[in-house]
Design a protein around this ligand. Structure first.
Ligand code: ADP
Ligand code: MG
Ligand code: ZN
Length: 496
């Protein structure tokens, strides 16, 4: 008997079910429940601390209003609903980075419920339902080091302890590693656009965990899930999920049971590894925080937060495509980069006569080229970029010259007009001026003309090159090309 129709890989016999949990540090000036500053990055250990964030007995927390507002802002941006009132809960567990023995969090009354986020994937637009976003406090940080005697020691730095942390949890709606990566990228972009977090993954401001399970393709019930953490980049997130899908498929194929556990991602080995067998939520014994009152949310405050939202990435992309006529690709690239978005918008605003497409092009190709080539901050005055784009579009300077003007503007800050004049840039589009340059080149290069007559079409390119050289690159290349062809056909041999 011949087996037919079997899918190629184990993973293809299963469908992945993925839910993402993101922890994100909010960009408040002070910590969640005390007045300590959050600007501890790079500071000596244990210098941004007080009795509250050290977890000393008897210290009393007070609520950071800005942190609450940031979660409500996020909720508004993902179209979630806010409760009329919420409260704080203690999530109890022991760990050296949590000296209180509990974390103040929100258990069943999150500040935001039932939202969603839409983004593009290689298979088209995709929407993920977001279960909740709630507020909690970050833990201290353990530093594993070697002391002066060569002994391994674990040290605790409390600077991070008590930093406001928002947790955003999705429904298990995600089906592929790519969708998971795109979700996390879009959430980062959203958090940055609304200004609630710097959301830098490398600096631990955005920590992404993936819950992954498999079910036989075509079936409903969810399988046992594995929680994967320690991914330090979007690429790592995608790789870790892809690895986990393969790993689970092999186990399920072998008829073995999967364990509900927490696994870490090893970037060097390119694989996940067991960290601990999963605790269930019962283990935390959440109960209402007795030191903080319930929090009533004034509907007027929530309405005001909603009204203050800036244009969000998804609607900006839609507007760029629908009203400005940009391609989906151009819109995505511009919107993914806040500095590029600002330069694009401000340049268009500086000169209403400019068309969106060429401005988008200059920002995407030239601005991003300049910025990605340096670690220095790049400043471009929007009106000057507008002047350059306008001059190139009007054919008064060539594109190559425009690029040079922009580079010079970035270095000196000088106005585009001044650079163009100083360098004598102009583009010769005047027909009679071009024609005489072409005629001169034809006369000076009889051999090339003969080659053309002998059927060597490349000779045109050589002559165009001679004209460009003679005009120091100022001739309109497209016009030179057509003039050369015209002249050569006019001079077609009468004797041949
Ligand atoms: P916990 O606190 O135990 O991590 P949460 O409910 O906060 O549980 O988060 C669980 C995450 O796992 C959510 O994103 C949810 O969508 C996802 N999830 C739940 N069940 C499954 C499953 N069977 N497979 C994959 N993901 C799941
Ligand atoms: Mg969780
Ligand atoms: Zn403190």
């Amino acid at each position: 008997m011949v087996a037919t129709g079997h899918p190629e890989t184990a993973a293809e016999r299963y469908e992945a079910v993925i839910g993402i949990e993101v922890h994100c540090q909010l960009r408040t000036a002070s910590k969640m429940f005390c007045g300590c500053s959050t600007a501890y990055d790079g500071a000596p250990p244990n210098t941004y601390v007080c009795p509250v964030c050290l977890g000393l007995p008897g210290a009393l927390p007070t609520i950071n209003r800005q942190a609450v507002e940031y979660v409500l802002t996020t909720g508004a941006a993902i179209e979630a609903s806010a409760p009329a009132a919420t409260r704080w809960d203690r999530k109890n567990y022991f760990y050296p980075d949590l000296p209180k023995g509990y974390q103040i969090s929100q258990y069943d009354l999150p500040l935001a419920s039932l939202g969603r986020l839409t983004f593009d994937t290689s298979d088209g637009p995709f929407t993920v339902a977001i279960t909740r976003a709630h507020l909690e406090e970050d833990t201290a940080k353990l530093v594993h080091a070697t002391d002066a005697n060569g002994r391994k020691v674990s040290l605790v730095d409390f600077n991070r302890s008590g930093t406001p942390l928002m947790e955003v949890v999705t429904e298990p709606d995600i089906r592929t590693a790519e969708q998971a990566r795109r979700y996390a990228e879009e959430l980062q972009l959203l958090l940055r656009s609304i200004g609630v977090s710097d959301a830098d993954m490398e600096r631990g401001q955005l920590r992404v965990e993936a819950n992954v399970s498999l079910r036989p393709t075509g079936t409903e019930p969810f399988g046992t899930r594995v929680d994967v953490k320690n991914m330090n980049s979007f690429r790592a997130l995608e790789r870790a999920i892809a690895f986990e899908i393969e790993r689970q498929a092999v186990i399920l194929d072998a008829g073995e049971p999967l364990l509900q556990e927490t696994r870490g991602w090893s970037e060097e080995r390119g694989e996940t590894y067991r960290m601990r067998v999963k605790e269930t939520s019962d283990d935390y014994r959440d109960f209402p925080e007795p030191d903080l009152p319930p929090l009533h949310l004034d509907p007027a405050w929530i309405a005001e937060i909603r009204a203050r939202l800036p244009e969000l990435p998804e609607s900006r992309r839609t507007r760029y495509e629908a009203s400005l006529g940009l391609s989906a690709y151009d819109a995505a690239v511009l919107v993914a980069d806040p500095a590029a978005t600002a330069l694009f918008e401000d340049t268009l605003a500086a000169d209403p006569a400019l068309l969106a497409k060429p401005v988008a092009n200059w920002v995407i190709v030239e601005y991003l080229r300049i910025r990605n080539a340096t670690t220095e901050p790049v400043t471009i005055i929007p009106a000057e970029l507008g002047a350059i784009v306008g001059a190139v579009e009007a054919h008064s300077i060539s594109r190559a010259q425009g690029r040079e003007v922009l580079d010079a503007h970035v270095i000196t800050g000088a106005p585009a007009r001044a650079i163009i004049e100083e360098r004598g840039f102009r583009q010769i589009s005047d027909t009679s001026e071009l024609e005489s340059a072409v005629d001169a080149a034809l006369e000076a290069n009889p051999a090339a003309v003969a080659d053309y007559r002998a059927g060597k079409a490349q000779a045109v390119g050589f002559i165009v090159g001679q004209v460009m050289k003679a005009t120091r690159g100022q001739a309109n290349a497209a016009l030179v090309q057509s003039t050369v062809r015209e002249r050569l056909s006019e001079q077609a041999p009468k004797d041949g």
